[in-house]
Design a binder for this molecule. Structure first.
Ligand code: SF4
Ligand code: ZN
Length: 322
């Protein structure tokens, strides 16, 4: 079921800003100090600038596809990127929205994405699983049977594929994704819990640069916390959809999320400590050792299996291949 959390509400009042003395709107968890709207937003944007500077994410002349979901993270990302792009100059942003086909959820979130793009004067480019793959996520979940994957596994694989092909179609040379510091920590932890520490080597702030068939992916929110994205959106009155996906209960990620949130509440700063163990100062991650064309759909993939992941999951569902 959807809910009406497309919000532009006011912020709670906290103590005075420790930097300038104005009324606080957010708290720095490590120190329990308050920040006012202006100091908070400056700090939030400085973190994006740090990621941009350290990993050389945006360059003059870039055409950047920006994955927007209508949620708080990608909403904050698009807003900050539009500021950064104006400062750097010569950068075109193309918001890309993927409708996975989740009843009562994604189309509502899409309204927020549309409202945001209208506010920023950008065109929203929409794509859907149904059009691209012939199956919506809800249909995939209904077809998967008892031995099927979790909803998020279908969703993650197909969304990644669709964002990549959408960005190629739109002529983008980069794709920005709203992965926050929380997402990074969760992914690193999940890879350990799955016994796949090597997967952490493929994950970074700037990935797939120079890998044939893939639009390089950049993650400007790598140093921003998810909770801060929400405060940032509220500070700017940005519309976002605040409900959780109905399938999120199924996600293994939720386990990692709960653990990290609990740990960070008890030992403030552990998320950033954990993050620093994985992100190299230059942000460079080893390139994929190899790539090949999928024999079924022709898209690039690692070559380590008979077909790419997208064909694998669509084949298992018995729907048409890519
Ligand atoms: Fe997709 Fe899972 Fe996220 Fe829902 S929670 S949007 S199913 S990845
Ligand atoms: Zn202040």
């Amino acid at each position: 079921m959807g809910c009406a959390r497309v919000v532009r509400p006011s912020l709670p009042a906290l103590g005075a800003c420790f930097k300038c003395g104005l009324p606080g709107v957010a708290r720095v968890e490590c120190t329990k100090q308050s920040l006012c709207r202006e100091c908070f937003c400056r700090q939030f944007e400085e973190r994006v600038r740090k990621a941009n500077y350290r990993y050389k994410l945006l360059r003059r002349g870039d055409v950047v596809g920006v994955g927007v979901s209508g949620g708080k993270d990608s909403t904050a990302m698009l807003y900050v990127l539009s500021k950064l792009a104006a400062e750097i100059g010569g950068i075109t942003l193309k918001p890309v929205f993927v409708d996975e086909g989740i009843r009562g959820y994604r189309s509502e979130a899409g309204l927020s994405a549309e409202a945001l793009c209208r506010q920023l004067g950008l065109k929203l480019n929409s794509f859907s699983f149904k059009d691209a793959f012939g199956v919506s996520l809800d249909e995939a979940v209904a077809k998967r049977g008892v031995k099927g994957l979790g909803a998020c596994s279908y969703c993650g694989v197909l969304r990644k594929r669709l964002l990549n092909s959408a960005c190629r179609e739109l002529g983008c040379n980069k794709l920005a994704i709203g992965h926050t510091a929380d997402d990074f920590c969760q992914t690193f932890l999940m890879n350990f819990l799955r016994g796949d520490a090597a997967a952490n080597g493929k994950f970074g702030v700037f990935v797939n640069a120079g890998v044939k068939g893939f639009v390089p992916r950049i993650k400007p929110l790598a140093f921003n916390l998810e909770a801060d994205c929400e405060v940032y959106c509220r500070c700017h009155g940005l519309p976002f959809y605040g409900c959780k996906c109905p399938y999120s209960k199924e996600a293994f990620r939720g386990l990692a999320e709960d653990f990290l949130n609990e740990a960070d509440a008890k030992y403030p700063g552990v998320k950033f400590n954990f993050l620093s163990c994985f992100l190299s100062p230059s942000g460079k991650r080893p390139r994929r050792a190899s790539h090949a064309s999928c024999p079924s759909c022709g898209e690039s993939y690692s070559g380590s299996a008979p077909a790419c992941k997208a064909c694998e999951v669509l084949g298992a569902l018995g729907v048409r291949r890519l």
